[in-house]
Design a binder for this molecule. Structure first.
Ligand SMILES: [Zn+2]
Length: 307
């Protein structure tokens, strides 16, 4: 818990009464620290991964699903791949695959983070609800200077609810002090119920624009401040239009890798191929998400492939 009374990593659902909008505020602290720890990402990559984590959680929190939501950013730039996934139980993890040499050649600034880090590429969302179920997938070109702009492009191009999003992350150039945070604030316009007259349509459009302007007035410092509760932030922004906050849902960093999953993967290969991968007598498999290492000697590999 923080001084504000919030669980630090959480999703705060809310509704704005008069214009009939729903939204979610996601604020992450320890989960971001855990995702970034042990990876030594350069600051711009750490910022992008922190923002992508908050974005993954906020997008997933609006979907009804039972399984895994995956956000993937892929491009021809120095960051070839960034993956964030979040389960319906609130387990979050993420990683970035980077070409350090190419990255060090790019100018270190927070402007145009998407073209600079990812180059040209794609952003995709997948919901996996287990075998024998349909996978939901959305895909869009990485168009925009920031991840929030890429999200707006996606929502404009797909026939989704009208959506506005803002994302931020703390300054990652400071040494890991346990204070790394990220936040996402998202507003969605609900589909109209009842007949829509031109007057109503115009009024609702005005309400929407007004709410987006109010939303944009929030500062990164406010969204990232642990001493401000999410309810306080939302009340400050939207109190004139009647904001109602619902029960918070916790989020936590948790990786799903395990010894048995790695063994399952290795069983798909012939022993001769696995033997070629041995270094100093052992095969090390490390999890790209959490960095956990699984080590197998030749004897263990023989037993695995024989079973
Ligand atoms: Zn792992």
């Amino acid at each position: 818990m923080t001084a504000s009374g919030d669980v630090i990593d959480h999703i705060q659902p809310f509704q704005i009464e008069r214009p009939g909008l729903r939204g979610r505020l996601v604020r992450l602290g320890p989960a971001i620290d855990r995702i970034l720890s042990g990876h030594d990402y350069p600051a711009p990559v750490a910022i992008a991964l922190a923002e992508a984590s908050a974005m993954g959680v906020v997008l997933a929190s609006g979907l009804k699903y039972d399984g895994i939501f995956t956000l993937q950013l892929q491009g021809d730039g120095p960051v070839g791949l960034m993956v964030v996934d979040v389960t319906s139980d609130g387990d979050l993890r993420g990683y970035a695959r980077i070409d350090t040499d190419r990255l060090s050649q790019t100018v270190d600034s927070s402007k145009d983070i998407v073209p600079r880090l990812f180059g040209a590429g794609l952003m995709s969302f997948t919901v996996d609800q287990g075998p024998d179920t349909d996978r939901y997938q959305g895909i869009t070109p990485l168009e925009g200077a920031t991840l929030a702009e890429c999200c707006h492009t996606y929502f404009r191009q797909s026939e989704q609810l009208q959506t506005a999003i803002c994302l931020c992350a703390s300054d990652m150039t400071a040494p890991a002090s346990g204070g790394r945070r990220a936040a996402a604030l998202m507003l969605q316009r609900l589909p109209p119920s009842g007949p829509v007259t031109p007057e109503r349509s115009e009024r609702e459009e005005d309400d929407w624009r007004r709410s987006v302007v109010l939303m944009s007035s929030v500062t990164d410092a406010e969204l990232l401040a642990p001493q401000l509760s999410s309810a306080d932030i939302l009340y400050r922004l939207f109190h004139e239009d009647g904001v109602r906050v619902y029960t918070q849902r916790p989020v936590r960093h948790r990786c799903r890798c395990s010894q048995s999953k790695v063994e399952h993967t290795l069983r798909a290969f012939p022993l001769a191929e696995l033997r070629e991968l041995l270094e100093e007598g052992v095969l090390r498999v490390s999890c790209e998400f959490c960095g956990a290492q699984y080590v197998f000697n030749e004897e263990a590999l023989r037993e695995l492939t024989a079973s």
